[in-house]
Unconditional design. Structure first.
Length: 421
């Protein structure tokens, strides 16, 4: 999430979705433009911007601050739309209110509500470039559903909605880079050839304008990896190593590996990991390791996922609920394959280690955790053989290549071939 040089979106850490909050807290400091002054972070060097920098910029005024707060703290689509209706009736509305409402819709994946907000905004006034960027970002986020990913019925509208907003707002050199970055992320979610074509056009325009920055290079590389343009990504990394125009960091590492994961390409994920950590000296963080483990689980390589997480633990990288969940899922499959006491002992250790972080996880993760423990108990104590598909508890295991494996019983050593690789 790129912060504009003049002002930024007011971010409330406590109400920001947990995964987004983790990404922002793990983002390197140099990835932020100044939220304050003199090119430095303010408010105790928080990686969250605690206050906007300018109150009198276009589309924003002090008298709408309470309405923006209401948008940001809305707990449901109904709350948000009701607050927006009251603001419009009372005349306490400006583009910053629509921006806050759109941002909230993106955070909570409220696609339908976002379209209603957009319709009210169109009746009020056209978007300015800053608010266009907020809207495009919200579109890309809300096109997804939790535990489902991009929804085809939403994806098909992304490009047309974004291009209309782009034309509506017009050109602004101040917001061009952040706008192109937002559009590139949207094109990655859209996943269609016409979206890739538009992304390439925007990237060329950004180069001709001379305002490509490090975040732009990394965003374009991520988009290219999503579309499986491996040679383009490799070429960009080659150029970065030679020209030093930009430098990959742990954010790009996680993004590229995650793109390979979503393409079910575990080997490509390992290639990218080796290239960025060794050639550029990037130190992986917890999110990067989580993406790497996810890639191996989706690709049907639980033994590799186990090794990835053991490597992370050896490097004293903090365990997250997501990684604790992934590790136990990998070990659960390994236990089912062999039914060896040694594997069950490792699984029990992983459960004990993960209990601490799961206590702070979402209710969905806590339920998944309980389900995995239940399956483990069944495998050890039940006279009824446990089927393979019953062992796939975690979401990535259920939706990845392993969902197509034979539904065999435990103890058949079906992971023997992977052990030999």
């Amino acid at each position: 999430h790129e912060f504009a040089a003049v002002r930024v979106i007011h971010a409330r850490a406590s109400s920001t979705p947990v995964f987004e909050r983790q990404r922002k807290l793990n983002r390197p400091r140099e990835g932020f433009n100044s939220p304050g002054q003199n090119g430095t972070l303010t408010k105790g060097d928080s990686l969250f911007v605690l206050s906007p920098t300018t109150l009198d910029c276009a589309g924003r005024s002090q008298h709408t601050s309470k309405v923006r707060k209401a948008m940001q703290l809305s707990q449901s689509p109904e709350d948000l739309l009701e607050a927006l209706h009251h603001a419009r009736t009372r005349g306490t509305i400006d583009l910053s209110v629509f921006g806050a409402a759109m941002q909230r819709c993106g955070q909570s994946l409220w696609w339908d509500t976002l379209q209603e907000v957009r319709q009210v905004q169109l009746e009020f006034c056209p978007l300015l470039p800053l608010h266009r960027n907020i809207y495009i970002t919200a579109l890309a986020k809300s096109a997804r559903q939790e535990r489902v990913g991009p929804v085809p019925a939403r994806q098909q509208h992304l490009l047309s909605f974004a291009k209309r907003a782009w034309d509506e707002a017009g050109e602004s050199s101040m917001h061009l880079t952040s706008g192109v970055n937002a559009a590139l992320r949207l094109c990655a979610v859209a996943g269609e050839p016409s979206a890739l074509k538009w992304a390439d056009e925007l990237w060329q325009h950004l180069g001709e304008s001379g305002v490509r920055d490090g975040i732009a290079y990394m965003t374009f590389a991520q988009l290219s990896e999503v579309y499986r343009l491996h040679e383009r990504v490799d070429r960009m990394l080659d150029e970065a190593a030679v020209t030093k125009t930009w430098s990959p960091n742990e954010v790009l590492l996680g993004a590229l590996v995650n793109a390979a994961a979503d393409n079910f390409d575990g080997k490509r994920a390992e290639t990218l990991w080796e290239r960025i950590t060794e050639d550029f000296g990037v130190t992986p963080n917890s999110i990067s390791y989580g993406c790497r483990a996810k890639a191996q689980m989706l690709a049907g390589r639980p033994l590799v996922a186990d090794r990835v997480i053991e490597e992370m633990l050896c490097n004293d990288v903090e365990l997250s609920p997501q990684i604790g969940e992934s590790h136990c899922q990998a070990l659960l499959i390994m236990c089912h394959s062999s039914l060896q006491d040694r594997e069950f002992s490792r699984l029990q250790q992983a459960f004990e280690r993960g209990d601490v972080v799961i206590s702070t996880a979402s209710s969905r993760q806590k339920q998944t955790w309980a389900n995995m423990k239940s399956v483990a108990k069944r495998m050890q104590s039940s006279s009824e053989p446990v089927q393979f598909q019953d062992v796939l508890v975690e979401w990535n295991a259920q939706r990845g290549l392993m969902s197509e494996w034979q539904n065999c019983v435990g103890g058949t050593n079906y992971l023997a071939d992977e052990r030999q690789d």
